[in-house]
Design a protein around this ligand. Structure first.
Ligand code: PA5
Length: 446
């Protein structure tokens, strides 16, 4: 199966040694085989690899739940953080018309501890009926637990406890965790995040699909996009021409040469959260054992007027991955003007997408000339199907890339450090000694 997505690495050829690239490609192919056969590190968390094969025929219950929630209220607050948040946010921001009133509005909580954010959210919710979809695989993550407690209280005060239950859906582990136990005792409708699928690889579970369906998008098309990409990159294409291998090998070759920051670039503002999702996927999967490419992102041409200067002439340790979108959903032509007083008459009559693409072409050449290698990832358009292809491509390439780097791409041991300190500082029982040590350290830094 051939995918519509293409990867072009000609923009790195003048920077890398071809033999080295070929050697790392061979390693990436071996790791792809190991991933597929469950022989790599963290293989107990590779259930996402084959999720598309079954999800395509299993979206009925999610659609039914979305219909029920949409009929109950015009707004749903999706509560979650990290992998339990970014996929849904990335998809809905990419697909939404930014100015049209939405048929069903999604709001997000649980991804921040800001008091002002939550106070403003509650103020808005005072005036509207709403549902809550609370998502946490572990069921114990602090930020969503706090947000859910606040929101549940608000909803109960508004509707009374029995009616509030009908407005709450929990997406969590099948057997364990505080959220699981609460959902069982309260009788919330519940969806399961499979044991073998980690947070940042969970967009094709109810974690991504229920919010996407609630917002009114075609989850079957998204799943088909994921499946087509899975069939293209996962199965039987163990060659350097496999685009996931190409991408994983290109970025690891650059990393070995000292290019330690990768900037994901798009020329579409609707993809800002796709970049946030990508940063989490790659940052959490690869940044460990004192290794890993630092994932950053910018949106052009907006950021050509801020970060563009650094990228063109700053420290030479950056490389770019540009997500090129071939076609826009709408057509808009730059109008002519009789007096041409703004001096842009040479652009009149051109579609804005053509201008955007020319800006992209010009920037690519300028950055390569300035010492920045460029990887080019191209998708047909921003819709559910193509986003499905793109996200599966990035997931698979990330796993292979992490293996090439020599880390377990499915764990995140470093995330625990801040949590332990926060719990101790907030006075969690059992953390008394740690609290004293931290208070002392804080005093010493005052
Ligand atoms: O990718 C991951 O595993 C993490 O980013 C988690 O998704 C995040 O920490 C939230 O965890 P949980 O779903 O258990 O609340």
């Amino acid at each position: 199966m051939k995918s519509d997505l293409t990867v072009n690495i000609k923009g790195i050829s003048s920077f890398v040694n071809e033999e080295e690239l070929n050697r790392i490609s061979e390693s990436a192919i071996e790791h792809l085989t190991a991933l597929r056969e469950g022989r790599g590190r963290g293989s107990e968390f590779t259930g996402w690899l084959r999720l598309p094969d079954k999800t395509v025929s299993e979206t009925g219950t999610i659609l039914a739940c979305a219909r029920r929630l949409r009929a109950q209220a015009p707004v749903t607050v999706v509560v979650g953080i990290g992998g339990s948040y970014l996929g849904a946010r990335a998809l809905t921001e990419a697909l939404n018309d930014p100015f049209a009133p939405q048929e069903h509005r999604l709001l997000f909580a649980g991804h921040t501890l800001s008091e002002d954010y939550h106070a403003a959210l509650l103020k808005f919710l005072d005036g509207t009926a709403y549902n809550i979809v609370v998502i946490s695989k572990s069921g114990t993550t602090t930020e969503p637990a706090i947000a859910f407690r606040i929101l549940r209280d608000h909803l109960r005060n508004k509707l009374g406890t029995p009616a509030a239950r009908m407005h709450i859906v929990a997406i969590t582990d099948a057997r364990r965790g505080a959220l699981h136990d609460l959902a069982v005792s309260e009788g919330y409708e519940t969806f399961v995040i499979p044991d073998d699928v980690g947070g940042r690889y969970s967009v094709l579970t109810p974690v991504g699909l229920l919010p996407l369906a609630l917002a009114g998008y075609d989850i079957d098309a998204f799943a088909r996009g994921m499946l087509d990409m899975a069939l293209s990159v996962r199965e039987g294409n163990d060659t350097p021409a496999n685009i996931a291998v190409t991408y994983a090998a290109a970025r690891n070759t650059l990393y070995d040469m000292g290019y330690s920051t990768e900037i994901l670039i798009s020329y579409e503002p609707s993809l800002v959260f796709l970049a946030e999702w990508w940063k989490q996927l790659y940052g959490e999967s690869e940044g460990k054992e004192s290794k890993g490419i630092f994932p950053a992102s910018v949106t052009f041409t907006t950021d050509l007027h801020s970060m563009g200067q650094y990228i063109q002439q700053g420290e030479r340790k950056l490389f770019e991955t540009v997500v090129h979108v071939k076609d826009s959903r709408n057509s808009l032509v730059v109008p002519g003007a009789a007096d041409n007083s703004d001096g842009i008459g040479f652009i009149a009559g051109k579609r804005l997408t053509e201008v955007n693409h020319r800006a992209e072409d010009g920037t690519r050449i300028a950055h390569i000339d300035g010492g920045v290698p460029v990887i080019h990832v191209s998708i047909e358009r921003i819709d559910e199907y193509n986003l499905g292809q793109l996200m599966y491509f990035f997931e698979l390439a990330c796993a292979v890339s992490g293996y090439v780097l020599g880390v377990n791409p499915f764990d995140q041991p470093g995330v625990e450090s801040y949590k332990k300190n926060m719990f101790a500082l907030l006075g969690k029982p059992g953390f008394e000694a740690e609290r004293e040590r931290l208070e002392q350290a804080l005093r010493a830094k005052e």
